[in-house]
Design a protein around this ligand. Structure first.
Ligand code: NAD
Length: 481
């Protein structure tokens, strides 16, 4: 039984209350580990540790801070194989995906912000008529809270922690209780890298207990949260009256728009990835596939054919492309949406069922890649976030038609547009309501760019210097001379 511990004040410790939760392997449905069921007392200890570490950490030289973060990045690289195995076991994702995407990206997050901090600069504004100059300082906020979800566990956890630490803050962080293992391994790595005690504290446990204690604590001055829109709402309700800085990265229902003049093969192969990678459990996946009428049948049939060939299997096997969904409740939610799609008049063209594998993965939470057609863009299946291997195909006539449908949801996180017409790409890209638009690609990420959603997909932007701005407080100093 793998038992993980909290990381508080530089040490791995049991929760104060002594109770633990089960950690389930999604590919088998069996309990394989124990997670601290922490509460506000553990959060309080983490806060005290972070608070007393802050002065020292904020004063470390940029070079020193950068070197420690680079060391964490290198240690992640050195442990790539074992971290990928653990991430795959904890989350159900294919090991190949963890090896190629999740773990390398966690390392890049540290590497990126370790070097970004060396290139940070402050602004100054010269006043012409009164001889005066303003300069703007940015200083770390103090103790900040970072709360992350289960779909890309270490990838998203480090995406918050790295800029927070790089900017000189101390952190109290909580990974998802559904996928806590890689965060525990990160604590071991931080100890090995020599991160000073209390600079990063990781408290494991449930959202309404640990997460909420972090959000409501008066000592936490900023919260960076990634997760569901409903949880984001609860966090905003708690944090806003206390005037905390908030960065919310929330849900999505992204459109993937395929025009008839696209590069067909490229659009098709990438659409398979944006539909089913990580079992469709990436906030940037495109579950609404809009296909222009002249190529609708051909594109649809090619997708259905490809979906049938995706290998569903044990996540720890190198040739598996579709692993397990993250948990039984989540699998049931996804299956309930497939049922709803049928009730709403949708036709299931591919998949639609739970998969019962034999052997080790007998009790695992597997669902076939599912393709649906025949649903109105305004129905619940096409409006609500499913977050599973389920896509809905929607034919469209022209630009106006597809822009209106694409913008019809409450969300606005990301979109993909496939066309060879450059003017159309700009025209449509400009009018799609989302924080990120990919033209003829998907998930091509440059860590310097602003990342985040509009509408109910979030508030604020992370990524590059945006994240470092979020994690610092600005102060303008005006000198008359
Ligand atoms: P979730 O909102 O259930 O949980 C996210 C985190 O919040 C977890 O650590 C959880 O324990 C914690 N939490 C739960 N209740 C809390 C509370 N009351 N106070 C404080 N913390 C609380 O989300 P999830 O199911 O883990 O993740 C899936 C969701 O995340 C999807 O909606 C997906 O779209 C979204 N997501 C968004 C992005 C993005 O960048 N916009 C990225 C990945 C995932």
């Amino acid at each position: 039984m793998e038992k993980i511990l909290n990381y508080i004040n530089g040490e791995l410790v049991e929760p104060v209350g002594g109770s633990f939760l089960d950690n389930i392997e999604p590919a088998t449905g069996k309990v394989y580990g124990k997670i601290p069921d922490s509460d506000e007392k553990d959060v309080e200890n983490a806060l005290l540790a972070a608070k007393s570490a802050f002065e020292g950490w904020a004063k470390t030289s940029m070079k020193e801070r950068s070197e420690i973060l680079l060391k964490i990045s290198r240690l992640i690289d050195q442990n790539l194989k074992s971290l990928a195995e653990e991430e795959s076991r904890d989350n159900g994702k294919p090991i190949k995906l963890a090896e190629m995407v999740d773990i390398p990206r966690a390392s890049s997050n540290f590497h990126f912000f370790a070097t970004a901090l060396l290139h940070d600069s402050s602004q100054s504004h010269f006043m012409e008529h009164v001889p005066a100059i303003n300069y703007t300082l940015r200083r770390p906020i103090g103790v900040v809270g970072c709360i992350s979800p289960w779909n890309l566990p270490l990838y998203l956890f480090t995406w918050k922690i790295a800029p927070a630490l790089a900017s000189g803050n101390c952190v109290v962080a909580k990974p998802s209780e559904i996928t806590p293992f890689s965060a525990f391994r990160l604590s071991e790595i931080c100890i090995e890298a020599g991160l000073p005690k209390g600079v990063l504290n990781i408290v494991h446990g449930l959202g309404p207990k640990v997460g909420s204690a972090i959000v409501s604590h008066s000592g936490v001055k900023a919260i960076s949260f990634t997760g569901g829109t409903k949880t984001g709402e609860a966090i905003a309700r708690e944090a806003a009256p206390k005037f905390k800085k908030l960065s919310l990265e929330l849900g999505g229902k992204n459109p993937n728009i395929v025009f008839a003049d696209c590069d067909f093969e490229e659009a098709l192969s990438t659409t398979m990835l944006s539909s089913f990678s990580n079992q469709g459990q990436i906030c940037l996946c495109g579950p609404r596939v809009f296909i222009q009428k002249p190529i609708y049948e051909r594109f649809r049939d090619a997708m259905v054919e490809k979906a049938a060939k995706l290998k569903i299997g044990d996540p720890n096997s190198q040739d598996t492309r579709i692993g397990a969904l993250v948990s039984e409740p989540h699998m049931n939610k996804v299956l309930s949406y497939i049922k709803l799609a049928k009730e709403e008049g949708g036709k299931i063209l591919a998949g639609g069922n739970r998969v019962n594998l034999e052997g080790r993965c007998e009790g695992g939470y597997f669902v076939e890649p599912t393709i649906i057609e025949g649903l109105d863009h305004a129905c619940r299946t096409n409006q609500e976030e499913i977050f599973g291997p389920v896509v809905s195909l929607i034919p469209f006539e022209n630009e106006e038609d597809v822009i209106a449908m694409a913008n019809s949801t409450e969300y606005g996180l990301a979109a993909s547009i496939w066309t060879q017409d450059l003017s159309r790409a700009h025209r449509v890209g400009e009018r799609i309501q989302s924080g990120i638009v990919w033209i003829n690609c998907w998930l091509l990420r440059d860590l310097r760019t602003p990342f985040g959603g509009m509408k109910n997909s979030g508030v604020g932007r992370e990524g590059g210097f945006e994240a470092m701005k979020f994690f610092t407080e600005q102060k303008n100093i005006c000198i008359k001379y």
